[in-house]
Ligand binder design. Sequence first.
Ligand code: NAD
Length: 224
Amino acid sequence: MAKSEGIPAPAVRRLSLYLRHLENSQGRNRATVSSRELSRAVGVTDAQVRKDLAYFGQFGHPGIGYRVDDLVARMREILGADKVRSVVLIGAGNLGKALMSYRGFRKKNFNLIAVFDNDPQKVGEPAADAVCDRIQSLDKLEAVVRKHEVKLAILAVPASAAQVIAERLATAGVRGILNFAPVILQTRPGVTTSTVDLAVQLEQLSFLVTTGQTGDDRDGDGLN
Ligand code: NAD
């Protein structure tokens, strides 16, 4: 396994985009792809593709390009997407319910094993796609996380509750938190958070539209 420290975050983000394109190519029975094709798919230069992939190892074959099956397998391994990962979801409101019904997580090897909420009216309701078939009380959070050695969590609670729950998750052993609450979480070393804020992305899009920049902001950094 290639070393991953010191690899710029945009390169890691692009890896997921390369993987998505390669999986599509695999679905169309393509044996190889060129760096030119990957560059067009992701909206970067060929040189950027080669540079990104070089962070993770030697993949290309001169005159052939990249072998799709090999590269997909290697990228899944690098991204940890080759293993089934258990995930817990906290917050079974509007957003939480949409997320728990989303089948795309399972397809990508993310297994939603439990959903928690602190509303007694919601506890005990069916939890759509989760392995546990009922929404559970937040009191059970630590026990479930420890028992299943869960490393990933999704937070879909109000901003006012997010920090406290993030700390509880970290103490119980969670190492990655996908946060939908509009708040910047303070985390301890060893815990990574990724905050999704659709309003911020709309703002970025609005900026690009206002300034007349066109194209696809594929890595969501507000730059084309
Ligand atoms: P909602 O009010 O419908 O749901 C919130 C849920 O969290 C409720 O079921 C509530 O009972 C539960 N909850 C509240 N405090 C809790 C606690 N301490 N422990 C466990 N559960 C608790 O809200 P929503 O529309 O689903 O939004 C959820 C969060 O996601 C909000 O912070 C919202 O701002 C955010 N949000 C983000 C985006 C985005 O683009 N990132 C989009 C929509 C909503």
